[in-house]
Write a protein that binds this ligand. Structure first.
Ligand code: TEU
Length: 581
């Protein structure tokens, strides 16, 4: 491992930034219709400034029929009515910039809504100029006994791919007698990136937003846009049944690079590509984010959030700390010389981190702070998901009716219809652990019944624990997760070693403690995290020389701690960050 000296730092604003993710539907409702909106975000601008974040990533706010909460876009250049107007959006951007906060927008261009003008035209006839904007195929007639889907008698879909949300990835369209591809919901037809007109239109739309003054993009499932040749070339239908073939497809780097060359290059932006899949090699990663790569600032991988996923949507597998350390360390070392990491422990698609990797019972506060310490002291750019700074938890929904998310509803309904399960009760606990709706309950502003989120009926229920966990209470309590997050965000601005220091994992096999050293020139941080509800002894390995060093506790979730770092006992879910110089 090379150790970087201070004068070799390759600085960028987006490496030094903390990003705050806003899911507008659930953030703050200004007009009492139960749905969060842009004026609601504007009301909370000072809240964001007080927390100290540098960038806001806004989940989709574009016009959409909301089959997948805005990830099904009907018009890329209009704001969804429920969220407000373009003038509201412009006011939001100005309000953020006034406070020195940048804005990155969600770019969803693997698919559109089926209500997008392009798709409306595309499905009208085989001849029209938009036909090739999407992936249309003939069905298979060479299969006996296909009982799967609603094609005409005796006809099966072009191949056997299952969509990410369950059910076939192809939909038969009567008008033209062909099938269209949708890797996600049936209302999210995939764009055909092989068609240069599609790329022209997408790039032009990106340019349009950039000219409005935004500071970058989060790119939804960007590594799915290049379809495997069997689909893209409109070859005869196949029996392919592995959707994995759509990940990092053959022309992906060509497309991302083209996007960079034609739109992004020469502008000082934050770009983060969401890269679905597991086990990405470092070679592949640097092809996207490395110095000679396609030009993205960073990417979101899925390796740590797949550790506890079972086969079906509601299956929960055990995860262990050594695996979690293993995944993060692979990326920490893998991108230490080339590329840059994004760091996230939850988002709008994932359960709440404290319920998943921490303890949302007795040690909720401690473990939320511990996870925050991890997020802010690894090498990379931290992404804080709304409510994380309060230690918000998963939510227990008591019936299927209370869920809203297509990714939860589709598979459960089809399992019920198909007799695979008999009742909601059978999968209830699995959904409590896994459903995306865990992260989508309203932001908890006050201890009121609707969490201070709305005066109306919220579109999804508020977590009853808003009685105790809410912004008002957290800001009034110096010892809250909120204040701790604010300290962590401040520290990042004061210490280059937090941003740029090298990462060195200690005790890789330890099952309760995650410990590492960060080094930049003469600056060293020792981070020790006890991932358990028991007291756990820590021994500093001999190879870390602290003889004669000055040791100071920079931050810790129990307040004080001794400064003899050679050995000590960590309290339940204790996190300590020492500065050793
Ligand atoms: O997510 C893609 C994605 O990978 C999710 O399907 C994820 O695997 C799953 O939700 C984990 O349970 C992006 C968006 O973030 C998501 O909200 C959209 O539904 C999806 O793309 C389609 O646009």
């Amino acid at each position: 491992m090379t150790s970087h000296a201070e004068d070799e730092i390759d600085r960028a604003w987006w490496k030094e930034a903390v990003v705050y993710q806003i899911y507008p539907r659930s953030f703050n409702d200004s007009d009492g219709d139960g749905v969060g909106d842009i004026p609601g975000i504007i009301e909370k601008l000072d809240y964001l400034a007080d927390l100290g974040v540098d960038v806001v990533w806004l989940n989709p706010v574009y016009e959409s029929p909301n089959a997948d909460n805005g990830y099904d876009i009907a018009d890329y250049r209009a704001i969804m009515d429920e969220f407000g107007t373009m003038a509201d959006w412009e006011e939001l951007l100005a309000g953020l910039h006034e406070r020195d906060i940048k804005l990155i927008m969600d770019l969803v261009v693997n698919h559109t809504s089926d209500e997008h003008e392009w798709f409306r035209r595309s499905r009208e006839s085989k001849e029209n100029e938009y036909r090739d904007y999407y992936v249309w195929r003939r069905g298979r007639t060479d299969v006996d006994g296909w009982t799967g889907h609603k094609g005409p008698e005796g006809e099966a879909p072009p191949n056997e791919w299952e969509s990410f949300f369950g059910g076939p990835a192809w939909e038969y369209d009567e008008r033209t007698g062909e099938w269209y591809l949708h890797l996600f919901d049936v209302k999210q037809p995939d764009l055909n990136w092989e068609n240069p007109d599609v790329r022209d239109d997408v790039f032009e739309m990106m340019e349009w937003w950039l000219e409005k003054g935004i500071d970058g993009f989060r790119m939804d499932v960007i590594n799915l846009v290049s379809k495997p040749p069997s689909v893209a070339a409109n070859d005869p239908p196949t029996n392919e049944s592995d959707l994995g073939a759509t990940i990092d497809g053959p022309r992906i780097h060509e497309y991302v690079r083209e996007m960079n060359d034609r739109v992004l290059a020469g502008r000082d932006l934050l770009t983060v590509g969401e890269m679905i899949g597991s086990g990405m090699s470092m070679e592949e990663a640097t092809a996207y984010v490395g110095e000679d790569g396609d030009g993205l600032s960073m990417l979101f991988h899925f390796e740590h959030v797949l550790l506890d996923r079972g086969e079906r949507f509601w299956d929960v597998a055990d995860w262990n700390l050594t695996d979690l350390k293993g995944v993060f360390s692979k990326w920490q070392y893998g991108l230490s010389d080339d590329g840059w990491n994004s760091l996230y422990l939850n988002n709008h698609d994932q359960p709440r981190m404290v319920s998943r990797f921490g303890d949302d019972g007795e040690y909720r506060r401690e473990s939320a702070k511990l996870l925050g310490t991890l997020l802010h002291t690894l090498r990379g750019t931290p992404y804080v998901y709304q409510g994380e700074e309060l230690g918000m938890t998963n939510c227990r929904f008591e019936s299927l009716d209370e869920y809203r998310d297509v990714e939860t509803l589709n598979p459960v309904r089809s399992a019920l219809d198909g007799g695979e399960i008999e009742s909601f009760e059978e999968v209830k606990e699995g959904l409590w652990a896994n459903s995306r709706d865990n992260a989508r309950t309203p932001m908890q502003w006050t201890d009121g019944e609707r969490a201070g989120f709305t005066d109306g009926e919220p579109w999804i229920k508020a977590n009853p624990n808003c009685r105790e966990i809410n912004v008002e209470a957290a800001r009034a309590d110096e010892d809250s997760v909120w204040h701790y997050y604010r300290d962590l965000i401040d520290l990042r601005k004061e210490h280059d070693v937090i941003v740029y220091g090298d990462y060195d994992l200690l005790l890789p096999e330890h099952e309760e403690i995650w410990a590492y050293v960060r080094t930049l020139g003469d600056e060293r941080l020792l981070v020790t995290l006890n991932f358990s509800g028991e007291e756990t002894p820590f021994e500093l390995p001999d190879r870390i020389d602290v003889d004669g060093a000055t040791v100071e506790l920079l931050v810790g979730n129990y307040g004080d701690a001794e400064t003899n770092v050679e050995s000590f006992v960590l309290r339940p879910w204790e996190a300590r960050v020492y500065r050793v110089t």
